[in-house]
Design a protein around this ligand. Sequence first.
Ligand SMILES: *Cc1c(COP(=O)(O)O)cnc(C)c1O
Length: 452
Amino acid sequence: MTATPQQAGPAGPPAAQAQAKDPRPRAHPIHVSAGYIFENFDEAQARFAGTVPGFVYTRTGNPTIAAAEQALAALENAQDALLVASGQAAITLALTSAAGQGDHILASSSLYEGSRGLLLENLPRFGIEASFVENPLDPAAWARNIRPNTRAVFLESIPNALGDVPDLEAIAEIAHRHGVPVIVDNTLATPALLRPLDHGADVVVHSTSKALTGHGTVLGGAILSGDSFDWGSGNYPHLSGPSLSLQGGSFTNTAGPTRAFAAYLRGVAAPRLGPTASPYHAHALLQGLETLELRVLRQSESAHQIAAWLERQPGVQHVDHPGLPSHPAHHNAQRLLQHGAGSVFMVTLRGGLDAARAAHDALGTFTRMTHVGDVRSLVLHPASTTHTLRTPAERAAIGVHPGTLRLSIGLESPAALIEDLSTALDAAASATREAAPPTPKPTTTDRRVPVS
Ligand SMILES: *Cc1c(COP(=O)(O)O)cnc(C)c1O
């Protein structure tokens, strides 16, 4: 018996076949295509010119990437979001789209090491100079260090990993008085804890590799632009002057003075410099964003509980968690981070390096790995891994001592994590008993060096 077209075959009746062409998936599909079909000559020309909407080539836009950008922009209250390949790419694009040859960037000294290296080693080769505010908790120190050629102020909402939450509003007020925009790395806070654009920031950057995607799978970055900074002052001639991409027009004229930066990022910086996000990674981000608030609030709450417990343990010298009253930035955290102070913090053990090594290797529920914001709890010894390029004094100034471990708290039960840490502290205690004379004194390098 042969099926005629009228009979219901394995694929179902004709109506179902038609429906299968438009299956209306509930989750956003992954659009994996380098380019997009033009119906004819005129459409190709119009899509390139942007006079007819539609995607052209994935380096300039992709439906899955666009969906993730819209979701993230809504979460951060941003007028535009641009997804790129990594957090480092986002920071590089944001900073180089604000500053150029002969310009200066004023950054916090409490900064992710990758950002610090970019400012110290990569950007100077392009004629961009950076300096670092030694006490980022003091708004007056920011005011003192702004120069006539400062084109961006750069800081982290919850610095990785000292947690010295700066007074964002006060710093933004100072920067804006000097006509300088504020770029905030919001990776550790995520919009579940803080929306920097609502507190004076002009641009937000993210490593979406961390809590935004959340599951420790893929890398990504994002740049989110606000709608209040005036880029038309003349200090940003690439935005207010003639642009090749606009056939001699300017971004401040075509997009408007407050949206010129976002338009330049999307139109000139990202497609030319080329760190395009992957549609697969954008899909992972979309999925992560659906549970962002649940994960971040829970992880933040667990971290606070664990930090408070650690602070009471005899083997612990101090804990750098801004949710604890002992932290110098606790007042800023209380004001800005009312839903929690994040899931990443450092703990410094009394027994120095030997104690940290023993505790690190005794942990079982925690994974030894360099990453943060993962659903799994992670541990790292910064002084011997991420922070080897700094001198001991520089490390001490940002709270990284020989006895310091960085913890990122995941979704496991806090009780199980405390039990694991308790075992690790026992291992640290026996290691230091064996390694040192009966009553070991804290070594001088273990003492917290005050930040000037
Ligand atoms: C991880 C991280 C980055 C870099 O992001 P990648 O996605 O690894 O390139 C930047 N800033 C902060 C605060 C980070 O934690």
